[in-house]
Structure formats: C-alpha cells, structure tokens
Design a protein around this ligand. Structure first.
Ligand code: MEV
Length: 321
C-alpha cells in the first residue's frame, strides 16, 4: 500500500502580534507545503526520512507502537515522531517527508509537516481522522513541542483557503474570487517568535494606552482587509498592507533586512508589502499583480524570493494501491 499526502504552509496577511492581543487577523494557505509518502512494509520496522535535513531513522514496533519517550530535540523530526507515537500499527512502513517550502521562517512548516503526516499515518492506521480531529491533534502536538501555539498554522494546513480569525480566535473562511498573487521573500534570519511576542507584551505594559490604540488600528486594518477581499478591491488591500507594515514597525518587530525587502518590492512595482509572521527576521510578503518577474529578480539579488498563490485546498491524501 502507498499513501501520498500534502498539506499547505501559510502566510499571515494581516494581524500578526495584534492577534495575540485578541484582535482579528487574516491568514492564507499557500501553494507550497509538505508532501508525505508512506509505503507499507511486511515487518515491524518504521523508517523515517526527511531528505532536506539529511535525516533518516529506523524505529521498531513493540506491541504495535513505537517506543518513544517524548523528549524533544528542537527539530522538525519531533513533530513526525509525535504523530507516529499516537497510533497502533499491525505492520511497519517507510515514511518520506518532503518539505517543499522554507523551513523555520514563519510560514508554518512545522504545522504542514504535522498535518500532512497526521493525514497519511491516520489513514494507514485505519483511523482516517476527519479534518477537525487532524487540526485539534496537530495543534496539541505544536503546544507539546513549542509550549504555546495559536490555532492559525495547524488550521491553515488542515483547511486551506483564506481565514479570518475574529477577536475571539474563531476562524471563519473568507470566500472570494480575487486572484491574490503574492511574492514571499526570506531574509534567511531565523526569528524567535516567543521572544518577539514577549517584547511586544513588555511594550504594552510600558505604554498601555498607546499600544491599545495600535492594536485597535491593526484590528481595524484586518476588518477592512476582509471587506477589501470580499469586494475584490486590490488598491485598498495593498494600502492596508502598507498601513499594517508601519504599525508593525512601530511596535519594534521590523528589522533592517525586512525593511530592505519591503522597500525593494515597492520600488519595483509592488502595490503593498509588509513583514509576515513574527518579524525580527523571516519573511515579507509583497502583493504585486504586475511586474512580478522584475520584483522577484531584484529581491533574489540579495534574498530568497518566490511566487505563491492561495491554496484553496487544505490537507489531502490519496491511497495509490
Ligand atoms: C507568528 O507567526 C504570528 C504571531 O502573531 C504569533 C501567533 O499568532 O501565534 C506573532
């Protein structure tokens, strides 16, 4: 038996950081993600390979489960092993995890790995989890490994599409017909999300009134962006991205490299551009319906940039034979 699965990564379009302070946000699943291939075996061996990090491991089934101690190594392998440890198997399998997206730069790669593995492995274990169970169990794994995790990443990888997260962290899908070509550019500096979230909290403690107004403005931006997406208003969407970027700068999560990428994108024709995710490193997004190739060329002179679109689909799997 062969099972293939795919789960998308994500970008936050609006509302990073303010979402932690209960304001709305908008995230989009992207057409880059994680492909998993599972091939059944006739013995009690499980092999795991992750080519992009040169990882391969052999595990043995004992009473139909792996002997796993839940000690984490701060590696993407932690997520895979946590998923495998949830299930009982009659026979082993070979699992190959192909991470076809940048790793560890705020694009939800760990969630995409977890969700894609959860789908393929639950199918193999005859449990075939539904989407709600996949999202919930994947989030539990992110919390166990990272200490805290918003539901955004695992939900995007599970459900796909564009999701509006309201002030109560309830996720609602936005349906719209607008094409949303996005350029992502990665400055190759890893950011520590926990530290950045903490630095923003400390600013809030120091300047509660100012920060409340900034978070409120970020929330209004996300609400207006939802309307812009529903109405297909690209000019408004781009303006709102630029407004959001200014406010993210004001709360201290912007960096020289992120600014450089934002202004390079704008200089060569992007209508809107902003950092995405926690800031402090990682990626920017640029909304550029025209001039895409030139913007990509300019960004790629110094950084790693690529095109992406919305992935309307979330996690999916096929049993090949
Ligand atoms: C990180 O990708 C986005 C933050 O808003 C944190 C979170 O929502 O968990 C900074």
């Amino acid at each position: 038996m062969k099972i293939k699965s795919f789960a998308p990564g994500k970008v936050i379009l609006f509302g990073e950081h303010s979402v932690v302070h209960n304001r709305p946000a908008i995230a989009m699943a992207i057409d880059k993600g994680v492909d998993v291939e599972l091939n059944s075996r006739d013995d009690n061996i499980i092999t795991v390979t992750i080519p992009v990090i040169n990882y391969s491991e052999k595990l043995f089934l004992l009473d139909n489960m792996i002997d796993y101690n839940h000690i984490h190594n701060n590696m993407i392998t932690d997520y895979v092993l946590e998923v495998i440890s949830l299930f009982k198997f009659d026979k082993g399998f070979d699992l190959e995890v192909n991470i076809n997206m940048p790793l560890g730069v705020g694009l939800g790669s760990s969630a995409a790995v977890t969700v894609s593995c959860m789908k393929a492995i639950s199918l193999y274990a005859n449990e075939d989890y539904d989407l709600e169970t996949i999202a919930q169990k994947s989030r539990n794994i992110e919390i166990a490994i990272q200490g805290a995790a918003s539901p955004i990443d695992t939900s995007m990888s599970t459900y796909g599409g564009i999701i509006y997260i309201n002030h109560e962290s309830k996720l609602n899908r936005i349906d719209f017909d607008m094409q949303l070509p996005i350029i992502i550019s990665d400055c190759n500096i890893e950011a520590n999300t926990g530290k950045l979230v903490e630095s923003v909290r400390l600013k809030y403690v120091e300047y509660p009134e100012i920060m409340t107004n900034i978070f409120d403005a970020m929330g209004l931006i996300a609400d207006n962006a939802k309307i812009a997406l529903e109405e297909g208003n690209s000019e408004s969407l781009a303006n709102l991205m630029n407004l959001n970027q200014g406010l993210l700068d004001s709360i201290g999560v912007n960096t020289f490299e992120l600014s450089d990428m934002v202004f390079t994108a704008r200089k060569f024709g992007a209508l809107g551009s902003k950092l995405t995710g926690s800031g402090g490193g990682g990626c920017i997004i640029a909304y550029a319906p025209d001039n895409t190739e030139e913007i990509l060329r300019q960004l790629n002179l110094k950084y790693k940039a690529f095109k992406c679109e919305e992935s309307k689909k979330g996690v999916q799997a096929q049993i090949i034979k």
